[in-house]
Ligand binder design. Sequence first.
Ligand code: SF4
Ligand code: SF4
Length: 167
Amino acid sequence: MEWRSLATKGYLSPEEVRRLPALPTWERICQGPVAVIECVQDIPCDPCTTTCKFSAITIGDDITDLPKLDASKCTGCGSCVFGCPGLAIFIVDGSPEGQLGKVSFPHEYLPLPTAGQLVQVVNRAGEVICEGNVEKVLSTKASDKTPVIQVWVPKDLLMEARGIKRL
Ligand code: SF4
Ligand code: SF4
């Protein structure tokens, strides 16, 4: 499968995102946190499958196949975000009441934001798309040196928001 935008621009286009294997439905996103796996390169890699205690991620016999998500098994726990060396997994949650949902993503830049801080949220291209409020910054032993940031964003941007502008 060709991923032209990734190859030429370095990020997935919205059309390519729609072609991701087993992308969670909007209905599932609105039921609670769920992983979105944006891994599209045929590389020999599979820590996401063993990191998930719920067997929600599978790759199959060929380790270079793309990971697939069974969204019905995913609890949105976020372990796979920490376990992915490619920084390719995000957690989206459209279940809170109101117009805002939460997105979690790995963030490798210092200084880190703090809970409650207003930040500029960027899309896959690094373009600022909105302001977001930081819910929490998760930095555990399991995360090594890659903390995970959780930010509130408008629900209609949950599938666009993929990071924050460096502070
Ligand atoms: S968020 Fe948790 S349950 Fe869902 S795929 Fe990742 S590790 Fe598995
Ligand atoms: S661990 Fe990350 S980079 Fe490796 S196959 Fe899984 S999603 Fe892709």
